[in-house]
Design a protein around this ligand. Sequence first.
Ligand code: BJW
Ligand code: ZN
Length: 254
Amino acid sequence: MIPPLLISKVNSAKSVAVLTGAGISAESGVATFRDPDGLWSRFSPLELASMDGFLANPDRVWEWYEYRRAIINSVQPNDGHFALAELSRVVPQFTLITQNVDRLHQAAGSRDVIELHGNLIDNHCQRCHAPHVFPDQDILNGFTQKKLPRCSFCGGLVRPSVVWFGENLPTDALSSAEQAALTCDVFFSIGTSAEVYPAAQLPYSAKSAGAFVCEVNPNETILTPFVDFHVRGQSAQALREIVTAVKAEREFQK
Ligand code: BJW
Ligand code: ZN
């Protein structure tokens, strides 16, 4: 299933960049967005993941994010997250870019993760952007809001620090991700439909700059025709096999 060419490309790479999406957390029990049973099959992105939707019905949006937070607080990283953390320790230069907001890469031991779409942990004021920290007791109580949280500086509405449609990605995160894509030797696109821009541009940028591009996904995506290799499988097993093979070849060459 894993071709020797992919393993030797990784082992000769000075720099490896990885872009992950919701699919890498699917085997931890976190729903993806665009699969047939994904979040967008049950919930409206315009209502729940846009500023217009938030301003129209902030209670509904908070309720949805509390539901999502309860899920991520109850799940664990899977072998895919752990395998990437392990790979980061054997490749000279390794950049992990994620669209995920669940912090499971960090829970698996990955450091310096570039979060393109923010995270589900932090909150900030939608008006003055001041960070908002909930009292410990609220967090212990499972975050349940009795009334909408308001900014203590300006009274604006507090919102989760995720990136909604129509909003710019964090500038530093996006420029670091673009830099990594343009300078890597091997680029992995893992568990993403590659449909949401600007994140979806990264594999094409890497390919144009000469990188070997590998996709890990049980399904074909719009990116598949452009990649050098498609590992057609679920990421936990596929990444475990890739990292095991990378380490075995390294041992053999010692
Ligand atoms: C497995 C697996 C297993 C399953 N193992 N794999 C027209 C109008 C307006 C805007 C636009 C437009 N055209 C383009 C835009 C821009 C827009 C965009 O790209 N839209 C497209 C959808 C058309 N982008 C934006 O708006 C971004 N901002 C921006 O561009 O700013 C500039 C701008 C300003 C003003 C106007 C226009 C532009 C922001 C994007 C923010 C995305 N936010 C979300 C929600 C985050 C918060 C939250 O979680 O609540 O981010 S949407 C959602 O999609 C989430 C994800 O990070 C993102 C990507 O999804 P992902 O990770 O790829 O998941 P899926 O479900 O799509 O795919 C899962 C994959 O896993 C599948 O392929 C499965 O096969 C696979 N899989 N099991 C491995 N076990
Ligand atoms: Zn404020």
